[in-house]
Design a protein around this ligand. Structure first.
Ligand code: FUL
Length: 434
């Protein structure tokens, strides 16, 4: 038996669960950061801002969720509690919550309002519950705080229906231990289908920067993940597991809304899309509600412009007929010659991530069946890999894959009328430095 066959049948390639594959299929989520910070123009506050300052005047969660859905998001994640400890639901664990605010005369439940809007609009709900809590008097006492945190998690996992994702943010927690065994047991008991973001026993991981950018390769099988954006701390997973990444970034500079902030340009958002969804990482785009409790008009407009450009580029895909013609060589045939400037690849992932490199060439463009031009070269394919290239007209593409057991799941092409991928001024270090 050759070495490659040994690897091909090796049980050591981590496999995804159906829930992980379904989550990867969601591709785009929208993050909502709102809390006492919103009313103080702050990013991080220390737990002393008064609960009474939470006073949105026209809050409409349906408008947030509609904005997200119209932008193409299939799930949202709400900061139920950020680092300041202020809870957006009337928790029994602390009075530092919406119950002590003037909003809805202290009878409101923002988690419930967002959950209802998600249900009505058929979009998934995820919740962020910051482990680091700068308000809770229990925080310095790990056992007391673990009990409080578990009680909060139990409320969130019990009262708001099925959750897509639980976001455990590592910020502020470097060097601090929590009772992850109990936290994971509770999550598994109450929300077995929810993805677990980055901490505990994660099923999805942070991409490693807050710019929404994945690099190439994007590894789904990893044995560690970066904890946060502020330290070099790493979460050791013990062994390699299938933990696909989520790339998070804010549409604005801040995570919370501020009057003097503004949304990123369409070009910047397009660049992020190519470097996240187009690289096989989910994109979680933060769109923060303002002090009215609405998504800022400027952000709504920007998202519409972005969606229109994405649709212009990608809403009319032409699928090809896919077949394997030799070991590691696949061919895509179209019924008739097709002109396109984007190649959109999907890897078969049920047996784990197998493609370590790929190369695609058009065949027969010169009329003699010869290969050329090269359309794309790269490493990761993963859930989805989008390559822009100069326009070509052909009815056949050949794709070479490197990697034991590597298989394609689908190939489609797009005629966007452009192969320009906007540059962004700041390119964060890639996920993997190779
Ligand atoms: C970070 C936090 O510190 C930011 O405030 C924000 O919540 C971001 C999504 O994660 O780690």
């Amino acid at each position: 038996m050759t070495a490659s066959k040994l690897i091909a049948h090796s049980p050591s390639v981590p496999r995804p669960t159906d829930a992980q594959l379904a989550w990867q299929g969601l591709e785009l989520g929208v993050f909502f950061h709102i809390g006492v910070n919103t009313f103080a123009g702050r990013e991080w506050s220390d737990g002393t801002l008064p609960a009474e300052s939470f006073a949105p005047t026209r809050l409409d969660a349906a408008q947030w969720v509609r904005t997200a859905a119209e932008a193409g998001a299939r799930y949202v994640v709400l900061t139920a509690k950020h680092h300041d400890g202020f809870c957006l639901w009337p928790t029994a664990t602390t009075d530092y919550s919406v119950a002590s605010s003037p909003w809805r005369d202290g009878r409101g439940d923002l988690v419930a309002e967002v959950a209802a809007a998600c249900r009505e609009q058929g979009i998934g709900l995820g919740l962020y519950l910051s482990p680091w809590d700068r308000h809770a008097p229990e925080y310095p006492d790990p056992a007391a705080y673990d009990a409080l945190y578990l009680a909060q998690l139990r409320e969130l996992c019990t009262n708001y229906g099925e959750l897509v994702e639980l976001w455990f943010d590592g910020a502020g927690s470097a060097g601090r231990s929590y009772d992850w065994e109990s936290i994971m047991a509770l999550t598994a008991e109450l929300q077995p289908g929810a993805m677990v973001f980055n901490m505990g026993t994660p099923t999805i991981r942070w991409i490693g920067n807050e710019d929404g950018l994945a690099g190439d390769p994007v590894r789904y099988a990893v044995d560690s993940a970066s904890l946060d954006n502020y330290t070099d701390a790493v979460i050791d997973l013990g062994a390699a597991r299938y933990v696909p990444p989520e790339a998070d970034v804010s549409i604005r500079q801040g995570w919370f809304w501020a009057a003097d902030d503004e949304p990123k340009s369409v070009d910047h958002l397009l660049a992020i899309y190519y470097r996240s969804v187009g690289m096989g990482a989910n994109l979680l785009l933060n769109v923060p509600p303002d002090t009215r409790g609405l998504i800022d008009d400027a952000d709504v407009t920007r998202l519409r412009e972005w969606r229109a450009e994405l649709d212009r580029r990608f809403a009319s895909p032409v699928p090809g007929e896919l077949s394997q013609i030799a070991d590691g060589v696949w061919e895509v045939v179209f019924e008739a010659p097709v002109t396109f400037d984007h190649l959109d690849l999907a890897e078969y992932l049920n047996d784990g991530q197998r493609v370590s490199a790929h190369r695609a060439v058009a065949v027969g463009t010169s009329g003699d069946g010869a290969e050329g031009p090269v359309l794309a070269e790269g490493r990761t394919i993963g859930h989805r890999r989008i390559h822009a290239h100069p326009p070509v007209t052909t009815h056949r593409i050949r794709i070479e894959l490197t990697g034991a057991g590597a298989r394609l799941a689908g190939v489609q092409v797009h005629h966007a009328g452009t192969h320009e991928v906007p540059e962004i001024a700041y390119l964060a270090p890639t996920d993997e430095p190779e």
